[in-house]
Design a protein around this ligand. Structure first.
Ligand code: URP
Ligand code: ZN
Ligand code: ZN
Ligand code: ZN
Length: 486
């Protein structure tokens, strides 16, 4: 394998795996874009040749849910846009969709510009969902500007985090209505924030101050109620809906019911929720238990089985990480009050490997389904397909050369994420990226991370993904009609 950084790259001798096909082919990329896919391609002069013998060549992963350097709960997430995207590249993820989260009453465009500035150091491509945390006419106008002029096609709503960024139903209805008008996807963090708030108070009053109280304050019904409410609101308005980090059977069943009712509702599941259970919160070491505090919390094991079935059945569409890292000294803010532990865990580097190991190696997912749930579906839902999530002439050369025989033991001691803990610590995985290419350039090769600060590009996402045309037709077909009584 040569190691130049030329803008011409030939991936030779691999098996291409896309969302719907598996075939032997070389892939040739020039200036960041795939120019040819086929058997035995000629190598032009001055080309970087990547040997993919014995490997699969797949679209780079898209993590549709990360929070790099997020200011949250009195601190700032420890992975920034450079370290976080670099860690993603080490794990085969070539694009993230992060979140702009304005404070309530903060001008939305101002927040958007702030996040755009922070993200300039990203080493891989990125885009932003924008959170709607409050409502007035300026928010209505800014949503329009973001969609029409800034390539934003999704808006996030936190139904939890009362007295901070939580939306009530009034904001949800206003924002969902506006999103439909604009052809943008509303998304929700589904937890009933009032219930969480009251349960937290009750638990603290009983003297339950440790991390073991965190899941008790956010039982699965809290998530099921909010998921169901958001779905029913979206259904009444006729707007598609995407539910982030579905963690339990109740929320999964709400999505399944919504879909059975003919509604376009999509579900995302985190690698962590598929593989980690709630016993972590009873760990005797505060640091270990606090390191797992994230919302929704890790759940009893039976929910993990349900989530895998959700992925297998197509009720859940994407896999993400909600990568939002805080180190032990940051988590220590909640040593005497679990409600003050900054919520968040990592995983952007590990998602592809743990999904491959526990999904493909176990027979839960085919390789093509793996591509769907790690890149293609996110690209389609957020309307950047086939530029992202595919291997075809004209697509971005964001690629991963996947060695199905490579193994490692995941550990915070060796990971590239800027955090002192790994929720998959000690997990042995088989199937790893041998090479990751971002815009045709090798950024990870055989353990050597060559991420370039600032090389990532902002990805514009056009409005009116195909589901919106369909939604508009359904709305027209089902629109209220009066009775003509002469
Ligand atoms: O605990 C979490 N998930 N922290 C990040 C913010 C969010 O809720 O997604
Ligand atoms: Zn309007
Ligand atoms: Zn969330
Ligand atoms: Zn999140």
């Amino acid at each position: 394998m040569t190691t130049s950084t030329s803008a011409r790259t030939l991936i030779r001798g691999g098996t291409v795996v896309t969302a719907d096909q598996t075939f032997r082919a070389d892939v040739y990329a020039e200036d960041g874009v795939i120019k040819a896919v086929g058997p035995d391609l000629d190598a032009p002069s001055d080309v970087t040749v990547v040997d993919a013998g014995g490997c699969y060549v797949m679209p780079g992963g898209i993590d549709p849910h990360t929070h790099m350097q997020l200011p949250f709960m009195g601190t700032v997430a420890s992975d920034d846009f450079y370290t976080g995207t670099a860690a993603g590249l080490a794990g085969g993820t070539t694009m993230i969709i992060d979140f702009v989260i304005p404070n309530p009453k903060q001008n939305v465009m101002e927040a958007y510009r702030t996040w755009r500035g922070w993200a300039e150091k990203a080493a891989a491509d990125y885009s932003f969902h924008v959170a709607i945390t409050w409502w007035d006419d300026s928010v209505h106008a800014d949503m329009g500007a973001l969609v029409r002029e800034h390539g934003v096609n999704s808006f996030k709503h936190f139904m939890a985090y009362k007295n901070a960024i939580m939306c009530d139903d009034e904001v949800l209805v206003n924002s969902f209505t506006r999103a439909l008008e604009l052809g943008a996807m509303p998304t929700v963090h589904a937890e009933n924030g009032e219930l969480v708030f009251q349960l937290q108070k009750q638990l603290l009053a009983r003297g339950l101050t440790g991390p073991e109280a965190h899941p008790l304050s956010r039982p699965t019904a809290v998530e099921g109620e909010a998921a169901n409410r958001a779905i029913q609101i979206a259904k009444v308005l006729g707007v598609p809906l995407y539910i982030v980090h579905v963690s339990c059977r109740e929320a999964l069943e709400a999505i399944a019911r919504g879909r059975m009712d003919g509604h376009r509702v999509y579900g995302e599941v985190l690698a962590g929720h598929l593989l980690v259970d709630d016993s972590v919160y009873r760990h005797p070491d505060f640091e270990v238990a606090a390191a797992h505090v994230m919302s929704p919390p890790f759940r009893p094991k039976e929910h993990q089985a349900a989530l895998w079935h959700g992925l297998q059945s197509g009720t859940l569409h994407t896999t993400a990480t909600d990568h939002c890292c805080f180190c032990a000294p940051q988590k220590a803010a909640g040593r005497h009050d679990f409600t003050r532990i900054p919520n968040g865990t990592g995983g952007v580097e590990d998602r592809m490997a743990v999904l491959w190991h526990h999904g493909v190696n176990s027979g839960r997912l085919t390789m093509n389904e793996f591509v769907k749930v790690t890149s293609a579906n996110a690209a389609q839902i957020f309307n950047i397909y086939p530029r992202k999530g595919s291997i075809a002439v004209g697509a971005d050369a964001d690629l991963v050369v996947w060695d199905p025989a490579a193994t490692k033991t995941i550990s915070a001691k060796t990971h590239h994420q800027n955090v002192d803990y790994n929720i998959f610590e000690g997990m042995e995985v088989t199937g790893l990226p041998r090479v990751t290419l971002t815009a045709g350039r090798v950024a990870w090769q055989d353990g050597d991370l060559r991420a370039v600060r600032g090389a990532g590009r902002y990805v514009n996402r056009p409005a009116f993904a195909p589901g919106f045309d369909a939604a508009a037709k359904r709305k027209e077909a089902l629109k209220p009609r009066g009775v003509d009584r002469g």
